[in-house]
Design a protein around this ligand. Structure first.
Ligand code: SF4
Ligand code: SF4
Length: 460
């Protein structure tokens, strides 16, 4: 498929021709299949893994808690998610500068799901030529049966995908029970159908069009490329002039390059491009053309690598540099961010406190002459066990702390509000001062936190 040429035919849009990528075997295809199995396995299996009495990974939006194995993130911890997103973005920059569109070819959900849908299509309709033949054939019983079977597989798989996606937000066993009894709520139904529908349309029909016309990464990734970035490229100096030849003929003597012009590299390309025309933004670096061409080179007895992973400097015969300012900066930033993330996460406190002033009165003058301020002290216990806390305060001279009980029990994963009265003798303070309220677990002195609030007193 070539790019539309508006100047020649006056059309600004070229109607899509369905691409039937030829199946290919080879070392990179095996790597891609392995990556697909691992990634899809992770996606479909994780919601079913139990962990300490609940689902291992559950994004519990109503409770505003994200459970990730032994870790529970509260709204106060959401900066960790932002941090993770920054790490993910920087990793993408780093690996793109280093090895081009590795993510697109091996790990992008669009690629992985499209491969899976292609596999189902081949399973039902056969090889590339059989699929083309079936598409051109009239609607016979066999065609209806094959097309129907393919649609059935696609829809079932897409719905399973939608169900799994929602299973990350609603406990998956509960969701399965609701679906079995037709008792899902409106939002659950919507998201199962929406995500399932998006999978069906994107992987079944849109396919390479998502990469070509919708993916923003395809547009800006070239900004991260330099002449030392690993790309999939056709070695023009070796391959041209291309042309058919008889086996055993000295093609060099006939003025031919190594490319036998079999077009296999084009037939296997999921985006329908011809890599021999040079680096194109449509190329998702799936390496199918490398495997195809290597197979051809093996057959004709030429060295492998006419299409290969190489850098532009490598193609020009210059030295390849992995360490260069761009990769060093990305790697250093990445190392800093990952280390900071790991240290902060491991030192993250599982208790927190919020001190909120009673807004009804600035202060109260008691019968005994002392000045009293009232606070609502909210204790957050993010741990998986209940804890008994003591409350103390400082920062105001002569203060006395009064709350119900010498200690407060807070259940695991709960927030407990405690009304706390702070009193000071009249005259010990003029105007106000910063009050610090601290909590500490009775049997775990390492579990402590503090919060600040203003203590208000009259000016005499
Ligand atoms: S697969 Fe290799 S030999 Fe065949 S057309 Fe492509 S580049 Fe040429
Ligand atoms: S040109 Fe080669 S690497 Fe690029 S998308 Fe096509 S088959 Fe994959």
């Amino acid at each position: 498929m070539t790019a539309p040429d508006a100047t020649q035919d006056g059309e600004l849009y070229e109607a899509r021709q369905k691409i039937y990528p030829r199946e290919i075997e080879g070392r990179f295809q095996r790597l891609r299949t392995l990556a697909a199995w691992v990634l899809l396995g992770i996606f479909y299996v994780i919601p079913w893994i139990p962990w300490s009495g609940r689902q291992a990974v559950l994004f519990d939006l109503p409770a505003r808690k994200f459970h990730i194995f032994g870790l529970t993130l509260w709204p106060q911890d959401f900066y960790f998610l932002t941090w993770l997103l920054v790490i993910a973005a920087l990793s993408l920059f780093f690996f793109t500068a280093l090895a081009g569109r590795l993510f697109c070819g091996y790990a992008c959900p669009q690629t992985v799901w499209t491969e899976t849908f292609l596999w189902m299509e081949r399973f039902v309709e056969g090889s590339r030529s059989q699929q083309v033949k079936l598409a051109r054939a009239p609607w016979t019983a066999e065609k209806i049966l094959r097309k129907g079977a393919k649609q059935f597989l696609w829809i079932a798989f897409a719905l399973w995908t939608g169900f799994t996606f929602v299973g990350y937000f609603t406990p998956v066993t509960e969701l399965a029970g609701k679906i079995a009894n037709f008792a899902t709520g409106p939002w659950e139904t919507f998201w199962v159908l929406f995500y399932g529908g998006a999978t069906y349309v994107n992987a079944g029909f849109m396919r390479e069009q998502v990469c070509k016309y919708m993916c923003p990464y395809a547009r800006f990734q070239s900004a991260m490329f330099d002449r030392d970035t690993l790309i999939i490229t056709y070695d023009q100096s070796r391959g041209e002039p291309r042309g058919a030849r008889k086996k055993g003929v000295d093609h060099r003597a006939k003025g031919l390059g190594d490319c036998v012009d079999c077009t296999l590299c084009v037939q296997v390309c999921p985006t329908g491009i011809d890599i021999r025309k040079g680096l194109q933004y449509e190329c998702i670096a799936c390496a199918a053309c490398i495997d195809a061409c290597d197979e051809v080179m093996d057959k004709v007895g030429y060295p492998r690598g006419l299409i290969r992973y190489d850098t532009q400097h490598g193609l020009e015969g210059k030295a390849k540099k992995v360490l260069r300012p761009r990769t060093i900066v990305y790697a250093s930033l990445l190392a800093l961010l990952v280390t900071g993330f790991a240290v902060t996460l491991s030192n993250r406190s599982v208790v927190a406190v919020d001190v909120i002033r009673d807004r009804n009165a600035l202060f109260r003058e008691r019968a005994d002459g002392r000045i009293e301020n009232v606070y609502n002290v909210k204790i957050l216990n993010k741990d998986r066990e209940a804890h008994e806390f003591r409350i103390a305060a400082s920062g105001v001279p002569g203060l006395e702390v009064d709350y119900a009980g010498p200690t407060v029990w807070v259940a695991p994963g709960a927030v407990q509000g405690v009304p706390v009265r702070i009193r000071v003798p009249r005259g010990s303070l003029q105007g106000g001062a910063d009050l610090v309220v601290g909590i500490e677990a009775v049997n775990r002195p390492d579990l402590k936190a503090s919060g600040k609030a203003r203590f208000i007193a009259p000016t005499d």
